[in-house]
Design a protein around this ligand. Structure first.
Ligand SMILES: *[C@@H]1O[C@H](CO)[C@@H](O)[C@H](O)[C@H]1NC(C)=O
Ligand SMILES: *[C@@H]1O[C@H](CO)[C@@H](O)[C@H](O)[C@H]1NC(C)=O
Ligand SMILES: *[C@@H]1O[C@H](CO)[C@@H](O)[C@H](O)[C@H]1NC(C)=O
Length: 363
């Protein structure tokens, strides 16, 4: 029973055990134990001069100290062989760390499933999002500054100065959308910062326009974002948010409303440098798993025709070109889901797939 490769159904077994013995064990009602941290990071980054249109020119020097907000959760199930493994969770644009918990909505909570599967999680708010610092949204909040920020945090949590209660040596990076692009950019520059990449809502093909209206968040939500510079944007229309992130009939309206009510921001510098997360990460040799909804309007869109294809042909297998040395490189097209698949009915299927895959690659 102790062989890691035999444990892929462990979460389901645990769940059935919890149901059978719920009178005898308090586990069924236990939640992951979460603590919030603010981690100061000092970075040096070479950002892009976005006013130069001829060729990307990385001559904007950023030297700064920023606060990064993170929520750390100890799992309710402790597995000794997971002792030094941490899932590091990075959200997409207009989201925060709450993407991974749906603010407590258990069925769509990645963190709850990780917890049941025995994984601790650290879900950050990216630079310029949520409770993290909001520096200049055009000059500072760009892909390279995000990469340096993650590099500092990951170095810290592997060190003896880690703010977390344990030191972690094996880091599973799970990203969604922009978080996945950032994962690609991170391992391109720092191939050994993380051991495993799980890239959700991602492929090597990203569309450049969406059918939605984006406006300064200070205008769309003045009570929450009134103090932000106008280059922090968000969706101004609920239907645009819906069309971009959701696939019709495959989700509950309640979770959609909750998700929209939690909407955060995106910085113009993030949008302008987004393709820096679609590069060939030839130095990364760890396992990579790309998991994307079949109807992802952003990453599986061929001139308006949206279809991710299959696990063997189409957008996801093509993404291997970005990770030529990954071992293994695996993909999963999730049926009945759009871009934010975690928020769909299929979310649970996707998360269970990811936890199972992790055990098959030895984590
Ligand atoms: C960056 O380099 C470009 C091309 O050499 C130049 O036009 C631009 O003024 C430089 N920007 C800064 C901030 O130095
Ligand atoms: C930011 O911090 C406040 C106060 O602790 C908290 O209520 C809020 O949920 C946090 N936001 C996020 C995105 O975690
Ligand atoms: C774009 O969004 C508008 C407003 O929600 C909708 O009426 C229209 O059908 C959408 N167009 C496409 C191509 O999806």
């Amino acid at each position: 029973m102790a062989r890691v490769s035999n444990l892929r159904w462990l979460p389901l077994l645990l769940l059935s055990a919890l149901c059978l013995f719920s009178n005898a064990t308090p586990l069924a009602t236990r939640q992951p134990m979460c603590t919030d941290f603010t981690i100061p990071v000092t970075i040096h980054a070479q950002n892009q001069d976005l006013s130069v249109v001829t060729a990307p020119t990385f001559n904007i020097t950023v030297d700064g100290t920023f606060n990064i907000f993170a929520r750390y959760c100890e799992p309710q199930v402790n597995l000794p062989y997971h002792g030094d493994i941490l899932q590091f969770l990075v959200h997409g644009l207009t989201y925060t760390n709450k993407y991974w918990t749906a603010d407590g909505w258990d069925r769509n909570s990645w963190v709850s499933w990780a917890s049941v599967s025995g994984y601790p999680t650290l879900a950050i708010d990216c630079l310029g999002s949520g409770n993290s610092s909001h520096p200049d949204p055009n000059l500072v909040v760009q892909m390279q500054a995000q990469v340096e920020t993650l590099h500092r945090i990951l170095t810290l949590i592997r060190s003896t100065n880690s703010p977390l209660p344990r030191r972690y040596n094996k880091i599973i990076y799970a990203g969604h959308s922009y978080g996945s692009l950032l994962g690609n950019a991170l391992v391109t520059k720092y191939p050994t910062d993380v051991n495993v990449l799980v890239l959700t809502g991602y492929s090597s093909s990203l569309v450049t326009s969406i059918n939605a209206t984006l406006l300064p968040a200070q205008i769309t939500n003045p009570s929450k974002f009134g103090s932000l510079p106008p280059e922090y944007l968000q969706f101004a229309d609920k239907e645009g948010f819906r069309d971009t992130f959701y696939h019709v009939n495959d989700y509950s309206e309640d979770i959609f409303e909750l998700d929209y009510s939690l909407q955060g921001t995106m910085a113009t510098g993030e949008v302008a440098t987004i393709t820096q997360g679609l590069v060939v990460a030839s130095g990364f040799t760890g396992p990579v798993y790309v998991v994307t909804g079949k109807y992802d309007t952003l990453f599986c869109n061929s001139g308006g025709a949206v279809d991710c294809g299959t696990n063997t042909a189409g957008f996801l297998p093509n993404t291997r070109q970005l990770f030529p040395a990954a071992n293994p490189f695996d993909v999963a097209v999730l049926d009945n889901a759009g871009h934010c698949w975690l928020m769909h009915y299929a979310g649970i299927i996707g998360v269970v797939k990811v936890m199972g895959w992790l055990t098959t690659v030895g984590y």
